[in-house]
Each structure stands twice: as structure tokens, then as C-alpha cells.
Design a protein around this ligand. Structure first.
Ligand SMILES: CC(C)(COP(=O)(O)OP(=O)(O)OC[C@H]1O[C@@H](n2cnc3c(N)ncnc32)[C@H](O)[C@@H]1OP(=O)(O)O)[C@@H](O)C(=O)NCCC(=O)NCCSC(=O)C[C@H](O)C(=O)O
Ligand SMILES: [Mg+2]
Length: 291
């Protein structure tokens, strides 16, 4: 099982040369070089050229590099997609995906452009329609031509289009978030939580990271460097969790337990499914430690 940590994935405006350069030095697991909402219409073309140059230049080390293009119904999309394909980042992030057909179309276009195989496609889930189409959208990952490898929640656009409030605890969105995580798991793709806008509110941010962990997200998208370290910590297994996981794996490896489906460890019932979860915890911890 190969696991790539995606605890913290930081957005930055493609129009801001300073932040693009800074991204190469920050401890985020991934970076999203944005051509969409953080770039004003009259800066779109210059941002596209700048992002292509920065990605081709490299220097991002182990960080996963995403380019977020403008959505398929905008005048910038076709040129963004061609430019991103040419730059060959790890992934192209498509905003406002509402149906699997959008991903099929984009997959065909990338194939026609001879896009590098390593460049994957990720979809933003941020429209009310996507919330109802989430299972067919996730199922597009089964069609290798779509290259679909993950979801990113767009909670700001969801709030805008549904008029749900972005409140502490996110009760109005909890059902949507949980559904999207389940759909991603059914089809074996990763899923990242949305951004937390109140950069100065450290306690609120920590609570939302913890909630993202509890929902089962693989990580969280971020908007400011100050959010990276606490987010990495929240989405990393703790020393105690790792030690507990190793105990569970070791228990089922004992000769006397080879044929057992359930054992007791320190007064707790542990089934083989828990040992499977423990193997994942250890694999993530090892991937994080390997840097
Ligand atoms: C929000 C910001 C505009 C604030 O910027 P600024 O005022 O410059 O912040 P600081 O002075 O505190 O910055 C300190 C240093 O850190 C660098 N910095 C800041 N932000 C970033 C970043 N995102 N990536 C890399 N580096 C960053 C500054 O350059 C300073 O560096 P130095 O000069 O060396 O001191 C800004 O944080 C920002 O632009 N954030 C990202 C905004 C963005 O990309 N938004 C779009 C994505 S969110 C979204 O669309 C979600 C989704 O679609 C949805 O619907 O929910
Ligand atoms: Mg959005």
C-alpha cells in the first residue's frame, strides 16, 4: 500500500509571484496554484503564464503540485487546461464539477493533448448539484480516462449557492461533508476538507481541523502559511495512536491468534478490521516520517 500524506494543501493566487516562490519553502504536503477565484479577471492571462513558468521551473521538492484552472463554463477554461497540461503538475484541480460528464470530457481533452500520464485530475465539490450527483461523480474514478484521483470540498461556494451559513461546528453542512467522504471511500479516492477563512482565529481553526479528522478527510485545504503546522499535527497520527496500532498488528501476528477473528487488548475488543485500520495508521505515520 503506497500512501501519500495530504494533510495540508495550501492555495495561493497564481497572480502573486511572492506567494508562489514562498510555497517552495513551506511545510505543506501540497500546494494549489490558483487561476480561479483568487485571480481577478484582468489578471487571468498573466497568472496562467506565471504559473506555467513556476511549475516548469520546479523546486517544489516532495510537495504535491496542483494547478486549479477556471471552470469549464468560463472563457479561460480551454486555455488554462492546455497550459496546465503543458506544465505537467501532479494534478489539475477542476472547480465546480457537477456531473461525471464534465470529467469524461476533460479526460478526453487531456488525452488528445498528450498530457503526461502522471498528471491526475481532482474535482472540487462545491455546487448543490454535485452534492446530489456525488456518487456518479466519484464513480468516474473507475474510468481511467478521467484520471480522477480526489475531491476537494469548496465550502465557500457551497455556502454561497445554498445560502447555508458557515458557522462553528458546520452543522448545516455536516450531512454533505459526510456523504462526500463516503462517496470518495466507495470509489477509493482521497478527499480534502474545505478552507477556514478566519485566518486569525487559531482556536476555531484547530476545532475545524479536528472535525475534519473525525469526518475522515485525508487532509484540509488552507489559505495561509500559519495554518500549515497545526493542520499537519491534527492530521498526523499521534504517538499514542501509532503505539496502539503497532500493538494491534502484533497481537494478530502471534501464532496463537492466527486463526482468531477477535482478541482482547488491555480490556478492549479488537477485531481484524481494527488491525487493518492500524496498518493504515502505521503506513501513514511511516510515510510522514519518510518526508
Ligand atoms: C489572505 C491573504 C491575501 C493574506 O495575505 P497577506 O496579507 O500577505 O498575509 P500575511 O502578511 O500574513 O503573509 C505573511 C507571509 O506569508 C505569505 N503568504 C500569505 N499567504 C500565502 C499563501 N496562501 N501561500 C504562500 N505564501 C503566503 C506572504 O507572502 C507573506 O510572506 P513574506 O512576504 O515572506 O512575509 C493570503 O494569505 C492569500 O492570498 N491566501 C490565499 C487566497 C487564495 O488562494 N484563495 C483561493 C482559494 S480558497 C477557495 O477558493 C476555496 C473554494 O473554492 C471554496 O469555494 O471554498
Ligand atoms: Mg470555490
Amino acid at each position: 500500500m503506497t500512501i501519500r500524506p495530504r494533510r495540508s494543501v495550501l492555495y495561493m493566487p497564481g497572480s502573486n509571484a511572492r506567494t508562489l516562490e514562498k510555497a517552495k519553502t513551506l511545510p505543506a504536503d501540497g500546494v494549489i496554484l490558483d487561476l480561479e477565484d483568487s485571480v481577478a479577471p484582468d489578471a487571468k492571462v498573466a497568472a496562467r503564464d506565471q504559473v506555467v513558468a513556476v511549475v516548469k521551473d520546479g523546486g517544489f521538492g516532495r510537495r504535491e503540485v496542483f494547478i486549479r484552472v477556471n471552470s469549464i463554463d468560463t472563457p479561460w477554461h480551454a486555455d488554462d487546461l492546455a497550459a496546465a497540461a503543458h506544465a505537467a503538475p501532479d494534478a489539475i484541480l477542476i472547480p465546480k464539477v457537477s456531473s461525471p460528464e464534465t470529467l469524461e470530457l476533460i479526460g478526453r481533452r487531456l488525452l488528445d493533448m498528450g498530457t503526461a500520464h502522471k498528471t491526475r485530475v481532482w474535482a472540487m465539490i462545491e455546487t448543490p448539484l454535485a452534492l446530489f450527483n456525488i456518487l456518479p461523480i466519484a464513480a468516474a474514478a473507475r474510468d481511467s480516462e478521467t484520471r480522477l484521483s480526489g475531491f476537494v470540498m469548496g465550502t465557500n461556494d457551497l455556502a454561497k449557492d445554498t445560502r447555508a451559513r458557515l458557522v462553528p461546528g458546520r452543522a448545516p453542512m455536516a450531512g454533505w461533508l459526510a456523504n462526500c467522504v463516503a462517496a470518495a471511500r466507495i470509489h477509493g479516492i482521497d478527499i480534502l476538507d474545505g478552507v477556514y477563512n478566519d485566518i486569525g482565529n487559531t482556536d476555531g481553526f484547530l476545532m475545524e481541523c479536528q472535525q475534519g479528522v473525525e469526518f475522515g478527510f485525508d487532509g484540509k485545504t488552507l489559505i495561509h502559511p500559519n495554518q500549515i503546522e497545526p493542520c499537519n499535527k491534527a492530521f498526523s497520527p499521534s504517538e499514542e495512536e501509532i503505539a496502539q496500532a503497532r500493538k494491534m498488528i502484533a497481537a494478530f501476528d502471534l501464532p496463537e491468534n492466527k486463526s482468531k477473528g477477535v482478541v482482547s487488548i488491555e480490556g478492549r475488543m479488537v477485531e481484524r478490521l481494527h488491525a487493518d485500520m492500524a496498518r493504515r495508521t502505521v503506513a501513514i505515520a511511516e510515510a510522514i516520517a519518510a518526508g
